[in-house]
Design a binder for this molecule. Structure first.
Ligand code: FE
Length: 177
């Protein structure tokens, strides 16, 4: 593991060890993440690979007590998520390329759009807004680093279909586990 990500992991673990609550995790941890994604020279090539059809989610680190995990999201041109939630806090930091997040309220009205360029960060959670759809905003590979307050690949959450008002439960898993 590259020094930058191992130092990030150590600092994030120390933050969680203090018993910090969500607001502090998002503000202090967000600064750690902004620092991590300010340089694009540390991510192992194995975790930067696109798939021709699907965006990829590579687990980089899982806290032994599953209090948080670190994931790289890798997008090919034109790839996007469905509208989904997380059910736990999440921090997103743009490492490479560009991602555009369309944010929804709980009634599935699109309320805002956030453009993330390298070094930018964003947060999601059930208390601050948890439903969004993300697309690659770049005509090449885009990569972002996400930190979630659980082993996100095992969390049961939802995909939403505003046209019908329906939703479907899903568990994302990881591309490399
Ligand atoms: Fe998301």
């Amino acid at each position: 593991m590259h020094t930058r990500i191992s130092q990030f992991t150590d600092k994030f673990t120390a933050l969680i060890d203090t018993g910090a609550q969500e607001g502090e995790i998002l503000s202090v941890g967000g600064k750690y993440l902004a620092d991590l994604v300010s340089k694009d020279d540390w991510l192992d090539e194995a975790f930067t690979k696109t798939h021709p059809e699907y965006y990829q989610q590579y687990l980089l680190y899982l806290d032994p007590q599953a209090r948080f995990c670190i994931v790289s999201f890798v997008w090919g041109p034109g790839q996007e998520t469905p509208i989904h939630n997380h059910t736990v806090w999440g921090l997103l930091g743009q490492l490479h390329g560009q991602e555009i997040s369309t944010n929804y309220d709980n009634d599935l009205n699109a309320i805002s759009e956030t453009t993330l360029n390298p070094g930018d960060i964003e947060a999601v959670s059930p208390t601050i807004g948890d439903i969004h759809k993300v697309r690659n905003g770049h005509n090449g590979t885009s990569i972002s680093i996400h930190v979630y307050g659980a082993d996100i690949g095992k969390v049961e959450r939802s995909v939403f279909y505003p046209d019908t008002g329906k939703h479907k439960n899903f568990i994302s898993g990881y591309s490399n586990v």
